[in-house]
Ligand binder design. Structure first.
Ligand SMILES: NC(=O)c1ccc[n+]([C@@H]2O[C@H](COP(=O)([O-])OP(=O)(O)OC[C@H]3O[C@@H](n4cnc5c(N)ncnc54)[C@H](OP(=O)(O)O)[C@@H]3O)[C@@H](O)[C@H]2O)c1
Length: 378
């Protein structure tokens, strides 16, 4: 039986549920040391997302504006410092959303990028039904034109900018045809408020329809060693159409970073850890899924990098138009993750690793069904 808090969590759905979070993560000194290996000039390399040039790794800013995975929300000051540290170490791609907080993550990003805003690519997302004054969520979606326009005006204020470089629809709204959403984006582009747009968790047909009206710059979907579902549909479409692909939860909500095993327990009630309601992280399924975590650790060890670096580097090695956005509230995790840029694979390594990866069947869904209902729209 599901208890009341879990029920509420599921009822509010989608990103409301992704408002949760990971406890007690620690890092070893050796991980920090290994993280100091960037590219030759010490900065992450650059990649193209459509016509946007960004650092090969972006910063996921959700956890800077709300509790995530049992990790307490950092103070505004600490959060702003992470944004700034990321920029100082070459990150030029920042991912936030109206729903993160709501509003707080955008405020942090706006504050953190003061004075350097023109040197970065700012991505945010609309699409949940959130009251613009109170931040109250209905748990549903809202991509009606007048709502999007109102949301964008609020975003510009919170982000302290006059334009959004990349605006995503967070989830496809079945009540509003994607053509109408594309038209709204075009209006916002004419006003100069939005420069590029993208979709999140959209399926192939929606991507094609949207792209035909107003070319998409990027599609954002879950993609990690834990969940590779988009390799068969969305990623090939992005490749065909010249759209960038941005994997969210590239560390599988932190579980690929090397500190999780079959004995890890996640509690959505006491520590706001979303993983507590995610089928693949139940104690039963973790008995099976720990095989993946062990595989990643073994390979990371062989490659002389940390498991987080290995997991991110593997994503980078799949396609040149992929830019992962790991989220963190810790400076030392940020530095660890940026070290992924220096981890390279031979073709032989990639095919040997994939064989071992394919041999592991992941038990359990990537998200609870109630949340998945908002994703994977055709
Ligand atoms: N479009 C969407 O629907 C959607 C959905 C979810 C997320 N997102 C975006 O994707 C971003 C990333 O996703 P995510 O935060 O869900 O998952 P993630 O990046 O896979 O994992 C984040 C978790 O990993 C931990 N972590 C990060 N680096 C680490 C390291 N080197 N060693 C140990 N632990 C580490 C973080 O804890 P610490 O804070 O302790 O470092 C955090 O709890 C979000 O910030 C958001 O911008 C988008």
């Amino acid at each position: 039986m599901i208890n009341q808090s879990k029920r509420n969590l599921l009822k509010t759905g989608g990103l409301t549920a992704l408002a949760l979070g990971l406890g007690g993560t620690t890092v070893t000194q050796s991980a920090v040391k290994k993280a100091q290996t960037f590219t030759k000039d010490g900065l992450p390399s650059q990649r193209q997302l459509g016509n946007l040039t960004v650092s090969s790794l972006g910063l996921g800013c959700q956890g800077l504006g709300q509790n995530m995975y049992g990790v307490p929300q950092p103070s505004r000051e600490q959060a702003v410092r992470i944004v700034r540290q990321a920029f100082d170490h070459g990150v030029t791609f920042f991912d936030t959303a109206e729903a993160y907080g709501p509003f707080e993550s955008e405020r942090v990003v706006g504050e953190g990028l003061k004075g350097i805003r023109d040197q970065v690519v700012l991505a945010t997302k609309f699409g949940w039904d959130i009251d613009q004054k109170t931040g109250q969520r209905t748990g549903g979606l809202n991509s009606r034109p007048e709502h999007i326009k109102q949301v964008v005006d609020g975003m510009l204020q919170r982000l302290q900018t006059d334009r959004i470089d990349l605006l995503y629809q967070h989830r496809v709204d079945p009540k509003v045809p994607i053509e109408e959403v594309a038209g709204t984006i075009q209006d916002l582009m004419k006003q100069g408020k939005v420069l590029n747009w993208g979709l999140s968790e959209a399926g192939e047909a929606t991507i094609r329809k949207a792209h035909a009206i107003q070319p998409l710059t990027a599609v954002q979907s879950e993609y990690s060693l834990f969940f590779r579902g988009r390799e068969k549909d969305v990623i090939p479409v992005c490749e065909e159409l010249g759209i960038g692909f941005v994997p969210w939860s590239p560390l599988a909500m932190g579980t690929l970073a090397g500190y999780t095993d079959e004995n890890s327990r996640f509690d959505a009630n006491s520590s706001n850890d979303l993983r507590g309601i995610i089928p693949r992280f139940t104690p039963e399924n973790m008995q099976q899924n720990v095989k993946l975590i062990r595989l990643v650790k073994r390979w990371a060890n062989q490659k002389g990098c940390t498991p987080a670096q290995f997991s991110l580097a593997w994503l980078l090695a799949q396609k040149a138009f992929i830019v992962p956005i790991p989220g963190t509230t810790k400076g030392y995790h940020l530095m660890d993750n940026l070290g992924a840029d220096a981890v390279k694979f031979t073709t032989e390594e990639l095919s040997r690793f994939r064989k071992e990866l394919d041999a592991i069947e992941i038990a359990g869904l990537r998200l609870p069904e109630a949340i998945l209902n908002f994703s994977e729209a055709k």
